[in-house]
Write a protein that binds this ligand. Structure first.
Ligand SMILES: [Mg+2]
Ligand SMILES: [Zn+2]
Length: 179
């Protein structure tokens, strides 16, 4: 099984400092859905791992998040791709949960769900905490320059072995070339 773990905001869709709180605010990044479709068609299992502290902050509720993800899945299906599952941390930064990235809890949940060895599984993110969580879980961190990625790269301090690509499409180019 070829498993890949994607952050959502800033990797698949435009990120927003004001949070993505409504389906209308969920806007795919150029080429991201097509990139996921190429993974789907090459038999990759695509899973999303996303911090959604907007829930804890009361900015949106679970029904709205479900509606946002329904929009994502619908647009993705139209592009010929699919996401197998969405793993989400609903907590806030002060909740001290084990699932909010940079902690590796979401990744460990994914490992359990798929009974998969996480070593070497590519995990794509645009923020340092995505890469830190990925590395802590034994995944291979990939940084994209979309979303916060430019800032993340400029700040430095990335986990060793982080690979850097312009966007998800470039990550998929590299992965499909390697396999
Ligand atoms: Mg992000
Ligand atoms: Zn959490």
């Amino acid at each position: 099984m070829k498993l890949i773990i994607l952050d959502r905001d800033g990797v698949i869709n435009q990120d927003s400092d004001a949070f993505v709180k409504h389906p209308d605010e969920w806007i795919a990044l150029p080429g991201s859905l097509q990139a996921i479709a190429r993974l789907t068609q090459a038999d990759w299992t695509v899973v999303v791992a996303t911090n959604q502290s907007g829930l804890a902050r009361g900015l949106f509720d679970m029904d709205t998040l479900t509606a946002i993800h329904t929009k994502m899945r619908r647009e993705l299906a139209a592009a010929g791709g699919s996401v197998d599952a969405i793993f989400m941390c609903p907590h806030g930064p002060d909740d001290n949960c084990t699932c909010r990235k940079p902690r590796p809890g979401l990744f460990e949940q994914i490992g359990h769900r798929y009974d998969a060895e996480l070593a070497g599984v590519p995990a794509v993110g645009d923020s340092l905490r995505d890469l830190q969580a990925a590395a802590a879980a034994g995944c291979s961190p990939w940084l994209v320059r979309t979303g916060n990625g430019g800032k993340t790269l400029a700040k430095g301090g990335l986990p060793e072995s982080t690979r850097v690509c312009d966007d998800l499409s470039a990550v998929v180019d590299a992965l499909l070339q390697d396999n």
